[in-house]
Design a protein around this ligand. Structure first.
Ligand SMILES: Nc1ncnc2c1ncn2[C@@H]1O[C@H](COP(=O)(O)OP(=O)(O)O)[C@@H](O)[C@H]1O
Ligand SMILES: [Mg+2]
Length: 351
């Protein structure tokens, strides 16, 4: 054996996708471990025909590409002879020997998933930059408009008459735009706040106290069942408060004619470690099956004055804390949002 052929198995193994070398009659001459993993093969396959593994028409297509002198690229759905379904991108090329072919393939779903993640990350990054720009460029003029309108409103009030109803409308809408800007800037703020050991119970009590009046005004009865011995959670208390506030707000908005709103928090076991489960339940309008698929998407809202950022932000914060969020709902009955937070909190992002 010369040096090149000695090197070959190592090079072959190092190819970062499933790789296969076919010889005459399409018999398998070499396969790297990515190939074995992708095809879930653990037995000896050397010298066996490739047609034992892939259907004939796939093999035929590959051969057409190779004989046409092209490096083929073929997206295929393969039903393997062992019953496994795969979606792969096949790349085939003539190899160093006259009748040898190297086949390279990647599992499509994983590649697509990565592409999608990449696109999402890019979009979020762009959105963050845009948000910073918007909050400055729109926030400042809005502030000036608000104070000018307040001045005008005072003046109109002193003059008497009912013109103030127009200035009130303008001021309310300025407030709405401010709220939206606040949500957008919360979302895009670099997350550098201190992580501390925190008693979730105190955050929940504060929030319930905070929304008490609003609930009363909407005919919503609050019920709280918070266990005494909740574990202390390593978290960013400010961000967690944002989570609970958003959930309470959604619940109140889902009960325009009043109803019941309950918060329960208890200690649970998560993979052998302490965690806190917080469940926020309302007897509101509920979420349709169709909407359920999109509730976490930014800007998805079914409300005429909503911005659709609440649950998107909530989910991001829960993920920052290495937690899980689930929503169950029935139209006309109500909604429960469950948040599971591991006590040891956030992943060390530098780890
Ligand atoms: N507790 C709830 N009850 C009913 N629908 C809800 C509830 N929470 C969220 N939703 C639905 O999810 C959508 C997205 O919520 P969110 O992201 O907070 O945005 P927004 O409240 O601005 O609409 C809402 O418009 C509503 O349709
Ligand atoms: Mg909301």
């Amino acid at each position: 054996m010369n040096e090149v052929s000695l090197l070959f198995p190592h090079v072959f193994e190092a190819i970062p996708m499933a790789a296969l070398l076919l010889g005459s009659e399409f018999r398998i001459q070499a396969a790297n471990s990515d190939f074995m993993d992708l095809f879930s093969i653990d037995e000896e396959i050397l010298n066996r025909p490739f047609s034992e593994i892939v259907p004939d028409d796939t093999l035929k297509g590959m051969m057409e590409d190779v004989l046409g002198g092209e490096v083929g690229r073929r997206e295929s759905r393969l039903r393997l002879n062992n019953g496994i379904d795969l979606r792969v991108v096949m790349k085939s090329a003539t190899s160093v020997t006259p009748d040898g072919i190297i086949v390279l393939m990647e599992e499509l779903s994983e590649r697509m998933w990565l592409e999608e993640k990449f696109l999402q990350a890019e979009k979020l990054f762009a959105m963050g930059q845009l948000a910073t720009c918007i909050t400055h460029e729109i926030g400042n003029p809005l502030g000036i408009m608000k104070s000018t309108m307040r001045f005008l409103n005072d003046h109109l009030t002193r003059m008497g008459g009912d013109l103030t109803m127009y200035s009130q409308v303008v001021m309310e809408n300025i407030d709405r735009m401010h709220e939206l800007l606040k949500d957008i800037s919360e979302f895009s703020r670099p997350n550098k706040e201190q992580i501390v050991f925190h008693d979730i119970c105190s955050s929940l009590s504060q929030i319930l106290h905070f929304v008490e009046k609003e609930c009363e005004g909407h005919g919503v009865v609050i019920e709280a069942s918070i266990e005494d011995n909740l574990p202390i959670v390593c978290c960013n208390p400010h961000r967690l408060k944002q989570v609970f506030l958003n959930l309470v707000k959604n619940s109140i908005e889902a009960m325009p004619n009043g109803g019941k709103f309950s918060v329960a928090a208890k200690r649970v076991d998560l993979d052998g470690k302490d965690a806190v489960l917080v469940e926020v339940t309302d007897s509101g309008i509920g979420i349709s099956e169709k909407d359920m698929k999109t509730i976490f998407k930014p800007f998805h809202t079914t409300k005429c004055n909503g911005n659709g950022l609440g649950l998107f932000i909530v989910r991001n914060i829960v993920r920052e804390h290495n937690g899980r969020i689930t929503v169950t709902s029935k139209e006309g009955v109500g909604t429960t949002v469950s948040i599971l937070l591991p006590a040891d909190g956030r992943k060390d992002e530098n780890a």
